[in-house]
Design a protein around this ligand. Structure first.
Ligand code: SF4
Length: 315
């Protein structure tokens, strides 16, 4: 797989672009995830023409439609930022991004819970950074995350799983449109979708079964929307345990009673969160190889992102 293109707030890469001339280098993003990703850096404040260093800014007014204002001299930067952001978005459309990682708490780049100050100078954490909002409104289905939330292993795994899946889907889009390509992609991703949303699993199964009833463009669009919606929903030990038991069903005839007992125990220990997901997955991968299950061999659920990222060691 070629590298995945992701937008990122420039200061997270260690560039000295912040208002105080500093940066917010994040080593996980540069050194670990960076091995699989090609970043497209975006610093709204510098790219809209503000200097380094510069006066710091915050959001003011209505949390749903705040103004971007410098704190000391009260210069309103809203129009300048909005105009620049709209042009930058058109430019970013050509980049074929699979997601964006924003710098948290920034009045320009923060994705959520950014402070918005009222006329008395009191903050409420209900705002969205001005560029981040325009970006997310324009690309509603793209995976987005903030660097601070990567400390939560579940959010980290979810985001990374989504960008790898979107990249695989984009590879399907690069090929000639055909119903067979959608069916093939769906067949490989079925259990991954089930682990996020049994409801989407059913809806998407029906869509693919009736693929012939839809014009190709409509089929691709519907499928893509459902895919991104389903993966946005979080997995849980309960949902994953159901998928693991579903997987176990494929070995019903082959597993010895001892092997069955052991696998059931491991799944149950995972469901109770005594052990991480990687443990039952490794055991099932062993049986997939041992009993040569071609259908399971192609299931992305067993291998959705590089093992080296160790994402399933912590969920
Ligand atoms: S938070 Fe956004 S605007 Fe601020 S320095 Fe980082 S990239 Fe630039």
């Amino acid at each position: 797989m070629e590298k995945i293109k992701l937008g990122i707030s420039t200061c997270l890469l260690g560039e000295n672009v912040r208002y105080d001339g500093g940066h917010k280098l994040d080593r996980f993003l540069t050194d670990t995830l960076g091995q699989y990703v090609e970043y497209v850096p975006v610093c709204p404040e510098v790219e809209c023409g503000l200097p380094i260093p510069r006066e710091s800014m915050h959001l003011e007014g209505d949390p749903d439609s705040p103004r971007l204002v410098t704190i000391r001299t009260k210069q309103d930067m809203t129009d300048r930022m909005v105009q620049w952001a709209r042009n930058r978005i058109i430019n970013l459309e050509k980049e074929d991004l699979c997601g964006f990682i924003f710098k948290s708490d920034s009045p320009s780049s923060g994705m959520e819970r950014v402070k918005v100050y009222n006329e008395k100078g009191m903050p409420v954490k209900k705002g969205v950074g001005m560029f981040a909002k325009i970006f997310m409104d324009h690309f509603p289905l793209l995976p987005v995350e903030e660097e601070g939330r990567f400390h939560d292993p579940n959010l980290r795994e979810n985001f990374i799983e989504r960008i790898f899946t979107l990249k695989r889907w984009r590879e399907v889009l690069e090929r000639k449109e055909s119903r067979g390509n959608v069916v093939d992609f769906h067949t490989r991703h079925k259990l991954l979708i089930l682990s996020h949303s049994p409801k989407h699993y059913q809806t998407m199964g029906k869509l693919v079964a009736k693929a012939k009833d839809f014009p190709l463009k409509e089929l691709y669009q519907k499928y893509q929307t459902l895919l991104m919606e389903s993966l946005y929903l979080k997995t849980s030990p309960k949902k994953n345990a159901n998928v693991l038991q579903h997987l176990m069903g494929y070995f019903k005839e082959q597993l010895s009673s001892d092997e069955k007992k052991e696998l059931l125990e491991v799944i149950d220990h995972y469901r109770q969160e005594y052990i991480p997901l990687i443990v039952p997955i490794t055991l099932i991968q062993h049986y997939v190889r041992k009993y040569d299950q071609p259908y399971l061999k192609q299931q992305v659920y067993l291998n959705p992102h590089p093992l080296e990222l160790q994402l399933r060691n912590h969920v």
